[in-house]
Write a protein of this length. Structure first.
Length: 348
């Protein structure tokens, strides 16, 4: 028996924490309920992870437990990897270049002026005041690394606004940017805590560590499979030299939050939220179909309409009344589970 699935973890933890922090600080400066500020109890325990990383680690362990309830799992293989972040950004790096950063001998602004030939990267004008701008805006996950910085005149910078360079109509600029390192940093931070938690829950003898080069050899040389998450998982599960044929279907597992913990309406409201778990027989995060569109229930309006959102992007697609909904499946242990062919049949 085989079970293949891709797990999609939550990426909204950081934004939700930011929103909660802003609202908490706002309540402290107005005459309403608030939580007193705490400054002397911010000690971090051993093995502390940032909330977004802890969410990813806990969701991964939860996904393993879901599979263990379906199949008789005897062994759990975990692929760990070490990343050469310098080589990820500069494939040709070697020798002493590891000890010399790209800003050696430069200030940041002088480095940008030299890199972009003292011209606006979008309109190519020179001899005008130039501003340092982010190719991927910071509000959308961009960083202050020089590989994410470019030069632009004030009119172009204003027109670009909160768009990425590719969305602004200049996809070739992103080709000059270096590979982002956020995912590599997350994997490096989470892997130790993940392996320790799995050993504690399932036993040390059932956890086996494997490495990326073994997975690549097994997938390419033995199984002859294209690159994908599920094919990598098949290669990890096989013994070295074992030949298997992946089977369909492939399930898509999307992690969802436990629920809404908001207690009061509005920023200054003192009225408690009244939101039943089930309304007209429907609950949040149920997989539904309406008007030939498949998605999940992401919101409920006071007027009675339900908001159907896309599973992959979480963007609202339509609002319909409950009588027009057709239930496809309910969340299972806080997972939305969808077959690959059902996902392909829904509009992009």
């Amino acid at each position: 028996m085989a079970y293949q699935a891709e797990v999609h973890l939550r990426d909204d933890i950081s934004s939700k924490l930011t929103q909660r922090r802003q609202r908490r600080r706002f309540r402290r400066c107005c005459k309403t309920r608030y939580r007193p500020a705490r400054f002397a109890n911010r000690r971090r325990s051993r093995g502390w992870l940032a909330p977004s990383l802890r969410s990813k680690a806990e969701a991964t362990i939860k996904a393993v437990r879901v599979v263990a309830t379906i199949l008789p799992v005897q062994q759990i293989k975990v692929e760990v990897a070490s990343f050469d972040t310098q080589q990820m950004q500069y494939p040709e790096i070697a020798g002493m270049q590891y000890q010399q950063g790209e800003l050696q001998g430069y200030q940041v602004r002088e480095y940008l002026l030299q890199k972009w030939q003292r011209k606006c990267r979008y309109c190519h004008k020179s001899g005008i005041p130039l501003q340092a701008e982010h190719l991927t805006p910071k509000a959308r996950g961009g960083t202050d690394r020089v590989s994410n910085l470019a030069l632009a005149c004030e009119p172009c910078n204003r027109r670009k606004g909160n768009q990425a360079a590719a969305e602004f109509g200049y996809p070739e600029i992103h080709a000059q940017a270096r590979v982002p390192l956020r995912d590599a940093a997350h994997v490096s931070s989470v892997k130790t805590a993940l392996v320790s938690a799995l050993r504690e829950q399932f036993g040390v003898e059932r956890i086996v560590i494997t490495y990326g080069y073994e997975t690549k050899y097994q997938r390419i040389q033995v199984l002859d499979l294209p690159k994908s998450h599920t094919n990598d998982a098949v290669a990890i599960a096989c013994e070295m030299g074992e030949v298997v044929k992946p089977r369909s279907p492939v399930y898509q597992m999307h992690c969802i939050p436990r629920g809404n913990y908001q207690l009061f309406n509005g920023k200054r409201g003192e009225h408690r939220v009244w939101a039943p778990k089930k309304l007209h027989g429907w609950k949040l995060y149920e997989l539904v179909e309406a008007k030939a569109v498949r998605g999940y229930i992401g919101g409920r309006r006071v007027k009675g309409a339900f908001v159907v959102k896309d599973i992959a992007t979480a963007q609202p697609m339509l609002e319909v009344t409950p009588r027009k909904l057709r239930r496809l499946s309910c969340p299972t242990q806080r997972w939305i589970i969808q077959r690959e062919e059902e996902r392909a049949s829904s509009p992009a």
